[in-house]
Design a protein around this ligand. Sequence first.
Ligand code: 5GP
Ligand code: MG
Ligand code: MG
Length: 181
Amino acid sequence: MQVMHEDIDKILFTEDDLRARVSEMGHQITADHQGESLLVVSVLRGAAIFMADLVRNITLPLEMDYMAISSYGNGVKSSGIVRILKDLSSSVEGRHVLIAEDILDSGLTLSYLMRNLESRNPASIEVATLLRKKTRAQADIDCRYVGFECPDEFIVGYGLDYAERYRNLPYIGVLKKSVYC
Ligand code: 5GP
Ligand code: MG
Ligand code: MG
């Protein structure tokens, strides 16, 4: 049994769940992209841990690059305002780009990011998101790889933060409301 942090209400995905699913995703991506090389782009900071585990399950030539964008600040609701804090180091032109995202909520962040990267003429652009929230309003985004569907609650762990905390939890859980209300 995993010991639960006192600020966590319940665990949604254990370390074992995450390891198994991320491994499946990596193998699927490998099978779908035989003969190609990938530029795997992670969106800092939430997706960094997912990306690190994902790429170790992809047996294709690939490069890793990072982008930092902000949409939430320290709060728990998407503002819809996206700012690029750090851009990619590599050129996207002619590359097969795979965006590794932590969680798709309103989809505003990802739809902004995809439009931005599309304008740089990649050969292809696909999304692997670890989590997709079941929300009422979600931008229509074609996510080729989805790890888990998750409830519309505020979750942390495995890279996901609240006010920069809890990223280092090895599992994903629902944060107690008393922590942010
Ligand atoms: P969206 O623009 O899709 O509403 O929000 C996307 C970003 O908001 C995610 O990449 C993530 O950084 C953050 N986010 C959305 N939902 C949650 C959540 O439940 N917990 C945490 N920690 N971050 C979230
Ligand atoms: Mg993110
Ligand atoms: Mg955050």
